[in-house]
Design a protein around this ligand. Structure first.
Ligand SMILES: [Zn+2]
Length: 329
């Protein structure tokens, strides 16, 4: 019963977002326009229906991209220049997390010849014989073990210690931590695109690779030595894959996933465009951009509502409703 109602609440949340945006699109409610709109995808599915906010159906994806191409000026981040600033309806398309299901829509991107930024948690996607793969996985696990079991592990020392391990030892250690980490988030569970496949994909200029850190943890909550590695090392790998080393998508991207230290260190490493998942109004002089989360709907009004920044107002509405509920408790 508990599970059923939880699923029901999730469904309500999902559809309330779609319908809210739909109203914006339908009535052309458009008072806060982004200078640049950024749409963000995660996972895809082919035939089996997955009612989850992180998944978009292949056919729906096709319709969404056709719609965007028709009505918006789709930007290639590699050619982003000041000419775009004056132009209206700028749209940047992004996919976070390097999930293997991106292969479902790879051909659609090629067919429709549309540039996409793929933000990769590159440390989790490396070859099986690369020690940085196991380092990244261990760091991901320890972060969650520390967080959920409140172990008070000294993360700075853990990070240093980990780098003294040889590959055989770290492989075993990773297995051990994998079992200990009971609250695995989906990023570590789901299969990533093979790194050789990524290399092939990036030969097509529509696939622009960018960093999404090494181990996909909350960058705000790690010590400096570890944070530096997440940024610098990931940029090295992205560079070796001919990606764009001036863009970075912050893992999770919500307001508790980064702070000024993170932003400053990214800037110190010559990152020109920083992407979060916040619902904010994007101007070109922002310190960072917000990405718009897209759901599994090809409805014209829903999509138009997204570009009209409906989710910015949706968030305000939800905050307001929460406030009312808490005041009346
Ligand atoms: Zn992510």
């Amino acid at each position: 019963m508990g599970l059923v109602s939880l699923r029901f609440v999730k469904k309500i949340k999902l559809y309330s977002r779609i319908y809210f945006s739909y109203l914006f699109g339908l009535f052309k409610i458009n008072f806060k326009q982004n200078k640049i709109n950024i749409i963000n995808y995660h996972n895809f599915y082919d035939s089996k229906i997955i009612e989850n906010e992180m998944f978009v159906d292949k056919e729906v994806f096709y319709s969404q991209i056709q719609y965007f191409k028709k009505f918006y000026n789709i930007i290639n981040i590699n050619n982003l220049n000041f000419k775009n600033i004056n132009q209206k309806n700028n749209l940047l398309l992004t996919i976070d997390d390097g999930d293997n299901s991106i292969l479902f829509i790879e051909n659609i991107i090629k067919e429709l010849n549309t540039p996409f930024c793929l933000f990769l948690p590159i440390g989790l996607m490396l070859d099986n014989d690369n020690i940085d793969l196991y380092r990244s996985r261990c760091l991901h696990h320890i972060f969650y073990i520390n967080k959920f079991y409140k172990k008070n592990i000294n993360l700075e020392n853990f990070f240093k210690k980990l780098f003294t391990f040889k590959i055989e030892k770290i492989k075993k250690f990773e297995k051990f931590l994998y079992k200990k980490n009971k609250y695995k988030d989906y990023v570590i569970i789901r299969k990533k695109i093979d790194i050789n496949k990524i290399k092939k994909m990036s030969e097509n200029e529509n696939f622009i690779l960018g960093s999404h850190s090494m181990s996909h943890i909350n960058l705000k909550d790690i010590p400096y030595n570890w944070l530096e590695w997440e940024i610098k090392k990931s940029l090295e790998y992205i560079n070796s894959l001919d990606g764009n080393i001036e863009i970075f998508s912050i893992p999770y991207g919500h307001k508790n996933s980064f702070n000024n230290n993170v932003i400053n260190l990214l800037k110190d490493n010559n990152i020109k465009s920083i992407f979060t998942s916040l619902n904010i109004i994007n101007n070109f002089n922002n310190n960072y951009y917000g990405k718009i989360y897209i759901l599994n709907s090809k409805n014209f009004y829903y999509l138009r509502g997204l570009i009209f920044n409906s989710m910015f107002f949706y968030e305000i509405l939800i905050k307001f409703i929460k406030k009312i509920i808490f005041f009346h408790k």
